[in-house]
Design a protein around this ligand. Structure first.
Ligand SMILES: NC(=O)c1ccc[n+]([C@@H]2O[C@H](COP(=O)([O-])OP(=O)(O)OC[C@H]3O[C@@H](n4cnc5c(N)ncnc54)[C@H](O)[C@@H]3O)[C@@H](O)[C@H]2O)c1
Length: 269
């Protein structure tokens, strides 16, 4: 897909981090935006900043894990813009760090609701219209954890793997309908955002008192949200299904695939 002036994009989790970076980068390319987030006040602040630069924005507070909320968002979007060219299912959270056998069902349910069901809700609300028009693209934000293994983060890793597999399958289904339809999964390494703080605000995690608030504090080579957004949009334009910016991400994915293939080769001898 070519991203052009006059396109319409929906971005979930747009109040902060990668979602705000995507919004800003899309706006710079002349795209009109539907910005949405469950944190209504933060969303309005983020949208106001871009509106001040003259960007055409519809901002709607919505919870991606809630089907009705997403169908309402789609309704408002089609009333205002008539179509959607790019859907960015980006909203997300982190939960507590612990081995798999100590992760609570509450943490599992929250990540499944936001990352997996949230992505499904976005696709079900918007993609039928893209299919009807015969063009459009879906960008799903996963993580390098969706291409590799992150010990102490099973709910995060497993739901990110689900988003990767979901996107690969969705892309195959969309391309079978039309070469102008497709999907891309964004699986970055560490990005300098407020993911921990926002997840705490949403009740998903309790950060230790006095803990570091900036990812850059412990990962100086963390990417900026803008760098990640540019990599994602460039990948969409290049027709790629996967994009995984960040130091070491390619090597971790390579190691996982190599060990997977090595086991399968032994097991099938
Ligand atoms: N920051 C990183 O290092 C990193 C690395 C790889 C992947 N990711 C993934 O990227 C995605 C975006 O994260 P980020 O780092 O920009 O964090 P962020 O906290 O800055 O942005 C995420 C946004 O999603 C919103 N959100 C959470 N639950 C929601 C819901 N139910 N409905 C609607 N909005 C909701 C939050 O309010 C927040 O504004 C997440 O899925 C995250 O796991 C982040």
């Amino acid at each position: 897909m070519r991203i052009e002036t006059g396109n319409i994009a929906v971005v979930t989790g747009a109040a902060s981090g990668i979602g705000f970076g995507l919004s800003r980068e899309l706006a710079a390319r002349g795209v009109s935006l539907v910005m949405t987030d469950v944190r209504a006040d933060a969303l309005e602040l983020a949208a106001a900043g871009l509106r001040a630069d003259g960007v055409d924005i519809l901002s709607v507070a919505a919870d991606v894990s809630n089907e009705k909320s997403m169908l309402h968002l789609a309704d408002l979007t089609f009333k205002r813009f008539g179509r959607v060219d790019l859907l960015c299912n980006n909203a997300g959270l982190v939960g507590p760090s612990a081995p798999a056998w100590e992760q609570t069902l509450e943490s599992w349910n929250r990540l499944i609701a936001v990352k997996v069901v949230g992505t499904v809700n976005g696709v079900r609300a918007f993609v039928p219209h893209m299919v009807e028009r015969g063009s459009g693209h879906v960008l799903n934000t996963a993580s390098s954890g969706g291409l590799s293994v992150l010990p102490t983060r099973t709910p995060y890793t497993a739901t990110m793997h689900a988003v990767v597999g979901f996107t690969e399958t969705l892309d195959a289904e969309l391309r079978a309908v039309s070469p102008k339809l497709g999907a891309t999964v964004l699986s970055p390494g560490l990005v300098d955002t407020d993911l921990g703080r926002n997840s705490q605000e949403l009740g998903a995690v309790t950060l230790p008192a006095g803990s570091l608030t900036s990812i850059r504090d412990f990962a100086p080579d963390a990417l900026t949200a803008e760098e990640v957004a540019r990599a994602a949009l460039d990948a969409i334009e290049a027709g790629l299904v996967h994009v995984a910016p960040g130091a070491g991400v390619l090597n971790r994915a390579r190691a996982r695939v190599a060990s997977l293939l090595a086991d399968l080769e032994i097991a099938t001898r």
